[in-house]
Design a binder for this molecule. Sequence first.
Ligand code: XMP
Length: 514
Amino acid sequence: MSENKILILDFGGQYNQLIARRVRECGVYSEVHGYEQMELSDIKAFDPKGIIFTGGPQSAYGEGAPSIDDGVFELGVPILGICYGAQLMAYRLGGRIDSAPTSEYGRTEVTIDDKNGILAEADDVNVCWMSHTDYISEPPEGFVITAHTTDCPVAAMEDRSRGFYAVQFHPEVNHTRHGSEFLKRFVLEVCGCEQDWKMDSFARTQIDRIREKVGTDRVLLALSGGVDSSVCAALLSKAIGNQLTCVFVDHGLLRKNEAAQVASIFGEDGQFDLNFVLVDAAQRYYEKLTGASEPEAKRKIIGEEFIRVFEKTAKQIGRHEYLAQGTIYPDVIESGLGKSAVIKSHHNVGGLPDHVDFREILEPLRMLFKDEVRQLGRELGLPEELVSRQPFPGPGLAVRIIGEVTEEKVHVVQEADAIYREEIAKAGLAGSISQYFAALTNMQTVGVMGDFRTYDYAIVLRAVQTSDFMTAEASEIPWDVLQRVMTRIVNEVDHVNRVLYDLTSKPPGTVEME
Ligand code: XMP
């Protein structure tokens, strides 16, 4: 990795990933580590050009509060404290922290007192995102107060001679005006980082590393056709060519034409040098799914079946020393950086068979955010259609068919979904909706078509706006587009006589139906 890197010490803040992404958007590499996993010696070994302390839910003066070896302030490395991180810095350096008489949450007007440091681009009264119940009541010696609010005497402070900066607000969230510029000033001007974090150089170093590590051995990759595993395949192919075997299991629950698309990119006639093994397991999955209507039961069948099919195929094609996975950085962060940050255990981490004997797991994308993975995919020559693809769940259309899955229902939902996607693309909306799809309700209703009574399925259309898929809102798709989609679906897809639009946000709904 480059010498220009920023260490983000996580004290349990909800925006730790966002801070890392913002730093990388400045062209500078950053990593997030839980504070309790980084001893002073680890920090020295990491050799950062700058350190950022994140927010966190505790009080800096509380018993057992997350803290840090004071030696970090002696390293001569600039530090930026955000929210809890700001308070921790103030507290450890001899300032005073108190419970604020008035907490500040959300958009807050911050008066800027001094623009000679990282707040140079700020408005005189800058709208910032706050979320705190404690505040710095007195800064430590050597600091100047650079911003305040009506309820918070120290909204920002700086000790420029020592390279210590602190902001009570969250510069990493979009609601803070000029927040990215404050971070950029810290990273580029204060820490003096060069902007050398770019996907073309990442690809080159990763390719060399993979070659060196793998030598003449063989690598097996379970290719789903999603962005992460596809980019992983492209990268490995550039590095080791046909020492890579990609197994693509068509479970019959993919979108219309999807299996053919994946085969055209990665198969024999595609542009990549690798061994492509397509396993058509559709009938096997339909049989296993017969009679299963409960969502978790369906997911379990699909997960177990995947492992069985994959194991069987792996045995047939012979020994591969390495298993590659398209794990990405949010999966790594969310799977736990220590106690404070466990949000959920991700299905991609550790979700593959343990019965097949591999020497090691390769995860060449494990330090990349999703937008970086997409960028890398472009560098490697993957088609834009694949690189900018919306998320698609591992269990596929099975979670978009409420209740029991049958081949016929899969076909119905595939056709309806293809029409929906086509019309969204035609209307120029594809890039502005986070995720959208058609699903099959298990409901049949009475309708009338050409003077005949019908009793057919209702399709539900879903479209959401979200930045992290943890919360989401229904997209406002123009009425005329929805009308066109409805007309085409009822006319062109057999067994559908009704189309509904799902208005539910998440929570209380989820993005998928099951
Ligand atoms: P939910 O339905 O949980 O979906 O609100 C949030 C996001 O995750 C995707 N999703 C999955 N992705 N395996 C996956 O790889 C799964 O089992 C799975 N379930 C949901 C969903 O499409 C959405 O983007």
